[in-house]
Design a binder for this molecule. Structure first.
Ligand code: NAD
Length: 328
């Protein structure tokens, strides 16, 4: 192959964005790995308040370890960060990064509550920074296909969508329940598919095995034109299921998030469009980096995170009060 001219190589290099990960437990480690593999990102450092953990992960990826994000952010090469700490600490760390002038991808559920999430959005907007949330399901090609098919009315009118996300999950940190941890993905999926806010929610939740927070939830969302959405989430079912079924007036679409297989059926035929299997986390981080370097409009922003958290809070309230909660 012909070698690239020096100038072109130089330009390619300058396009790399310096990134870091705050919180490198089970999930943050995957962010670090993905950043290491993505061409447009340069993983510079990682931070975990657990010093042993920080050292292990930093050594694994050949970067510098920190236990305090403020110290880490003194490094001006870091332009953007992923925040992957425990859910109730996400907003603190995201705020530190935004106040230090860094673009932020904060993991779901974005913040412990809507108030914290709104503060993040305001800080990002005031400083002209990107703020996005880790709803990686949106990057699965089958889901994008479903969204386009609904928008183009290829399955007729949207009648309802049902999401199931269940598996056994041990109580670990236990700082949020199954709604803010797990169902929040499907809450965002419903926002993505319908393009609108539900008018009301009704939910039944409970804790069967976990001590502090709910470990199962059955949720119904209703919309102004009569369509509805159902979300079933739990940490109890002894095997993992992650599916979405969308019913239209002319056809239905079924997506298995784990195999990424999509099936479209109407009264006469069933078709199975094929997509290359992708790693949604990698696509999500690539998109984040591109939005920063190329000043592109992101697929989702902090606004989507706030909308999902508002619905999650209404779901929790509905179950606690055993009544339908109306949303504006
Ligand atoms: N988008 C997804 O699909 C997805 C999947 C899994 C987890 N997550 C999210 O990622 C986050 C982390 O989950 P996890 O399972 O990796 O948890 P974890 O407990 O395995 O890891 C959290 C890490 O954060 C560190 N930490 C806590 N506070 C910190 C701080 N102030 N500064 C630096 N480090 C800090 C902890 O020491 C720990 O190593 C959660 O918010 C979770 O909701 C998202």
């Amino acid at each position: 192959m012909k070698p690239l001219p020096k100038l072109k190589l130089e330009r390619m290099r300058t396009k790399k964005i310096g990134v870091a990960v705050i919180g490198t437990g089970f999930w943050g480690k995957n962010h670090a790995k993905a950043y290491k593999e993505i061409e447009s990102t340069n993983l510079i450092a990682i931070c975990d308040k657990n010093a042993d953990r920080a050292k292990i992960i930093a050594d694994q990826f050949g970067v510098k370890a920190y236990t305090d994000s403020k110290q880490m952010l003194k490094n001006k090469e870091i332009e953007a960060v992923s925040v992957c700490t425990w859910s109730t600490v996400l907003a603190n760390e995201a705020l530190i990064a935004l106040q230090a002038g860094r673009h932020v991808l904060v993991e779901k559920p974005m913040a412990a509550d809507v108030k914290q999430a709104e503060r993040l959005l305001k800080t990002a907007q005031n400083n002209g920074l990107h703020l996005t949330v880790g709803f990686l399901t949106r990057f699965i090609p089958g889901l994008q296909h479903i969204q386009h098919a609904i928008a183009r009315k290829e399955i007729g009118e949207l009648v309802c969508a049902t999401a199931i996300r269940v598996t056994q999950w041990p109580e670990r940190i236990g700082d949020v329940g199954v709604i803010k941890d797990t169902a929040i993905h499907d809450i965002d999926v419903m926002q993505y598919l319908t393009g609108e806010n539900p008018t009301a929610v009704f939910a039944k939740t409970g804790n069967m095995k976990h001590r502090t927070f709910e470990d199962y939830a059955h949720v119904m969302l209703t919309y102004k034109d009569g369509k509805s959405a159902f979300i079933e989430s739990n940490w109890l079912t002894p095997y993992k299921t992650r599916t979405l079924t969308v019913t239209g007036s002319d056809a239905i679409m079924k997506l298995d998030y784990m195999t990424q297989e999509l099936l479209i059926e109407d009264a006469k035929a069933a078709v199975q469009p094929r997509f290359a299997i992708v790693e949604p986390l990698k696509l999500e981080l690539q998109h984040f980096a591109e939005c920063v370097t190329e000043k592109k409009k992101p697929l989702l922003t902090g606004i989507d995170g706030i909308k999902a958290l508002k619905i999650a809070e209404a779901i929790i309230k509905s179950s606690a009060k055993n009544k339908v909660i109306k949303l504006e």
